[in-house]
Design a binder for this molecule. Structure first.
Ligand SMILES: Cc1cc2nc3c(=O)[nH]c(=O)nc-3n(C[C@H](O)[C@H](O)[C@H](O)COP(=O)(O)OP(=O)(O)OC[C@H]3O[C@@H](n4cnc5c(N)ncnc54)[C@H](O)[C@@H]3O)c2cc1C
Length: 377
């Protein structure tokens, strides 16, 4: 059988791509090298932040607005709660990337964002240590996604729409044929499809480097702590982003939803690759810097380590995603390089990938995610 679309890699993005293609009536197959629900890629760790006032670039905002709607649709289709609106606190000096960038995105797109002075932040969250030259912005639309449940919900939606799936089969190579692709798998079988979508997460490094995009895979440790106080429990305490001068990297985290306060540095960690990443956590190297930064910001939050786990960022040179057709094969769609901030977009990436695989073009403005931008630079 020849499928309309084959999606290789069924993590955060691939599961959404599979669901979106299947829901349009296409015959689709999803192929994944590991077991369903594995935790070896970039889409595990119990929580992912979602926000609209996007400091990284206001061009993402229309995609985010659509993603919020699609997350809610997925919840209705599958009867699963995936997105919890909690509000989000961002703190730093007024001109730092996060505060200035969030403000710019909010102004350009008319998004509600509450500005807070240092005394106002302290008044609202008395246990926090806020420096005198820091300010805050509070985004009431900020929230938290459950990544494991979200991947499973997208796979369930794909199955309900008729998608086939195979787990434990790695893509070895693909070949363009007269009318599509032959996909050869590690178990010796092959699959034929008219369009092929690659959503390989950190395993994308080689494929993207072959077309000239240099990729860095970064080992990023997320840690959960038992707090010494209930001041950091949800729902009274929000997820946060702290862009503090002198910190190794921005610090972010989530309140205690019952399994501890979660914290990590954004875009900080050893460079590695998906095949050789060190999965063990080193207390001195990985955890001590997080505890120290947390102590200076949320005293008592990182009291006792409960769990820690490395996860992988797949960083493009400008830290913006790659969502585009392959330069030589118009039906080969590349969705990768999500640079440590992609999860919240998964359903809209699914929609864009389905547009590119099944239609002439996408309804969304995605020029800023194209491969051409690297050539322009
Ligand atoms: C610690 C951490 C915190 C993060 N926090 C946030 C956040 O708060 N908000 C946010 O929006 N984003 C966040 N991100 C980023 C987000 O999680 C990722 O951008 C997103 O999960 C990437 O999804 P993916 O589908 O590209 O990769 P993955 O989920 O890793 O999926 C890739 C899949 O492809 C499969 N695969 C690879 N090669 C093959 C092959 N040859 N054959 C078959 N299958 C293959 C893999 O096994 C894997 O299942 C965070 C990331 C990390 C690591």
């Amino acid at each position: 059988m020849r499928f309309d679309v084959a999606v290789v890699g069924l993590g955060g993005m691939g599961s959404a791509l599979l669901a979106q293609c299947a829901q349009r009536g296409a015959s689709v197959i999803g192929l994944e090298q590991f077991a369903r629900g594995h935790e070896l890629g970039s889409s595990s760790g119990k929580s992912r932040m979602i926000r609209k006032a996007y400091f990284e670039d206001p061009a993402y905002v229309p995609l985010l607005l659509r993603a919020y709607d699609l997350w809610r649709e997925l919840e209705r289709e599958t009867g699963t709660e995936l997105l919890l609106l909690t509000g989000l606190l961002m703190v730093g000096e007024a001109d730092c990337e996060i505060i200035a960038g969030a403000g710019r995105a909010a102004r350009e797109h008319g998004l509600p964002l509450e500005s807070l002075t240092a005394p106002e932040i302290r008044g609202r969250y008395p246990t926090l240590t806020v420096l005198d030259d820091e300010v805050g912005v509070y985004e009431s639309d900020g929230g938290v996604l459950d990544p494991e449940r979200a991947v499973e919900a997208h796979l369930a939606a794909a199955a309900m729409a008729g998608a086939q799936m195979r787990f434990g089969v790695a893509l070895e190579n693909w070949e363009a044929t007269r009318d599509g692709f032959t996909i050869r798998l590690a178990d010796g079988t092959s699959v034929a499809s008219r369009a092929l979508i690659l959503s390989l997460g950190p395993w994308f490094k080689d494929a993207l480097e072959r077309i000239g995009i240099s990729i860095r895979v970064q080992r990023n440790v997320q840690a959960w702590f038992e707090p010494a106080t209930d001041a950091y429990a949800a729902p009274h305490f929000p997820p946060f982003l702290l862009d503090r001068k002198g910190l190794t990297a921005p610090l972010y985290g989530f309140p205690d939803f019952g399994d501890g306060v979660k914290a990590a540095f954004h875009s900080y960690g050893d460079l590695t690759d998906a095949a050789h990443v060190v999965r063990e956590v080193n207390l001195a190297r990985d955890i001590a810097p997080i505890v120290e930064a947390m102590e200076q910001w949320m005293p008592g939050a990182a009291m006792t380590l409960r769990a820690a786990k490395p996860c992988l960022y797949t960083l493009t040179p400008d830290c913006h995603f790659v969502v585009d057709r392959h330069p030589e094969h118009s039906r080969l769609i590349l969705c990768g390089g999500f640079s440590g901030h992609g999860f919240k977009f998964a359903p809209v990436i699914g929609e864009i990938g389905a547009d590119l695989a099944l239609e002439e073009s996408s309804r969304h403005k995605i020029d800023f995610l194209s491969l051409r931008r690297f050539a322009r630079k």
